[in-house]
Write a protein that binds this ligand. Structure first.
Ligand code: SF4
Length: 147
């Protein structure tokens, strides 16, 4: 059994270069949580078998579709399930997730038109965590002082 920790976090926020463009979204306060053993990093899209870099995707009408028109719903769904499994194995009860991502976004995501237009909704991984009762933060709402 792994050592339990409170947080599961988007791996890109911890500095892992797993974004669609091969970069990270490093937030030093999130990397510090991981380095202190208080958080486990996961990337649902990589866990779903998608390569890095990859074509960006957005949710549309209950599916996930890439900017090239490929339906990648199955990879996103299976990656979200794998990431949930890891979070539960580590006994996590809260998450800090990358805002607006089709996997990790919490509350607001892009609308599927690739025009940076936001709509209400969760990414696939965030939706699973919400259903399981995890406390959800994004990098924009998380404050280590209040953790
Ligand atoms: S799926 Fe989540 S962890 Fe992976 S790059 Fe996108 S936002 Fe970051």
């Amino acid at each position: 059994m792994p050592k339990p920790c409170r947080y599961v976090v988007s791996a890109c926020l911890a500095g892992i270069p797993c974004r669609y463009d091969g970069r990270s979204n490093l937030r030093p306060e999130i990397a510090a949580l991981v380095n202190a053993g208080e958080a486990v990093p996961v990337c649902p899209e990589v866990l779903g078998g998608l390569p890095t870099p990859r074509t960006p995707s957005e949710q549309k009408d209950g599916r996930v579709v890439s900017a090239e028109g490929d339906d990648v719903t199955q990879a996103f769904a299976s990656g979200a399930e794998s990431a949930l499994y890891i979070a539960e194995e580590y006994g996590c009860s809260a998450a800090v997730l990358k805002a607006r991502s089709p996997s990790c976004g919490c509350g607001r995501i892009y609308d599927g038109t690739f025009t940076h237009t936001l709509v209400d909704g969760d990414g696939l991984f965030a939706a699973l965590l919400r259903k399981k009762g995890f406390q959800l933060f994004t990098e924009e709402t998380f404050s280590p002082d209040k953790a």
